[in-house]
Design a protein around this ligand. Structure first.
Ligand code: BV8
Length: 242
């Protein structure tokens, strides 16, 4: 499954970077956005995960996130998450960049995690940006209010919103310095995350994509490994150990 070139590169690598997307959480039962069985059929994520949708209909957006939070409460990391946590300890410099907002990488033991798109279990005020951890999504469609009077929203990055500057700059830096870059479980359609594998490639990294399906960057990477992350990643860890 793995080229000797990849194993050789990984054996000698000091700087390894991984970008993950919703596909890594699929085997934990978290629906992806765009694949089959994607989230809430009736709406496209781009129609709901944006500030104007929230201003127009805060209850609908809040309800969508409450629905998604309920999907996430009680799910567990899968073997792909655990393999990534193990990979972290195998290299002097390792960075895990995720587009996922489900917190499963942390739950699996990964320590250096760059959350580009926020975290669904955190909330913040739409007006004053104060963050709230305690809000229980509960069942009420009523959108909670901050003491400043503003609506409280999930602390995630919506379409049209800038990514957290420190997370993005650290992710760019990691991609620029990577010797091996793995793009795992992402459809590579959302910017600026989708440009990270190309930044790595432009700076000399050996770029590997792991996905059951091809994506818009599959023809640009050095290796495309067709498969599910929950299977491929543990086998990659074993191959390096061997
Ligand atoms: C920005 C958090 C600067 C919320 C998400 C016009 C106007 C405004 C902006 C734009 C525009 N045109 C383009 C843009 C930029 C826009 C963008 O990229 N749009 C795309 C859709 C064209 N990006 C932004 O707006 C970003 N901000 O650019 O700010 C700016 C500011 C103002 C104006 C312009 C620019 C913000 C993007 C962040 C959006 N937030 N999520 C939430 O989750 O509710 S994005 C969302 O998509 C998730 O984060 C998700 O992770 C991410 C990417 O999707 P994937 O993770 O790849 O998931 P997907 O379902 O797509 O694919 C799953 C993959 O897994 C598939 O390939 C499948 O084959 C594979 N798979 C399935 N099973 C497995 C598997 N792989 C492995 N193993 C398996 N078992």
């Amino acid at each position: 499954m793995f080229s000797q070139g990849l194993i050789d590169r990984l054996e000698g690598a000091r700087r390894v970077v991984v970008l993950t997307g919703a596909g890594v959480s699929a085997e934990s039962g978290v629906p992806t956005f765009r694949g089959k069985g994607g989230l809430w059929k009736r709406y496209k994520p781009e129609e709901l995960a944006n500030p104007s949708a929230f201003i127009r209909n805060p209850e609908l957006v809040w309800e969508w996130y409450s629905y998604r939070r309920k999907l996430i409460v009680g799910i567990k990391p899968n073997s792909g998450h655990y393999a990534l946590a193990e990979l972290e300890g195998m290299f002097p410099h390792f960075a895990l960049i995720t587009q996922n907002i489900d917190g499963l990488h942390k739950a699996a033991g990964s320590r250096v995690i760059l959350e580009l798109h926020g975290n669904i279990m955190r909330n913040r005020c739409f007006e004053c940006n104060r963050t709230f951890r305690s809000i229980d999504p509960g069942d009420e469609p009523r959108v909670p209010r901050c003491s400043c009077g503003g609506f409280i929203r999930p602390d995630v990055v919506w379409f049209g919103e800038s990514l957290p500057a420190d997370q993005l700059s650290r992710a760019m830096e990691a991609a620029e310095g990577a010797e091996v870059f793995l793009s795992v479980g992402t459809s590579a359609q959302v910017q600026p995350a989708a440009s990270l594998p190309l930044v790595a490639k432009r700076n000399g990294a050996h770029v590997v994509e792991i996905n059951p399906e091809r994506t818009p960057i599959s023809h640009l990477v050095d290796e495309f490994i067709q498969g599910e992350s929950g299977e491929v990643l543990p086998q990659l860890v074993q191959a390096i150990k061997a």
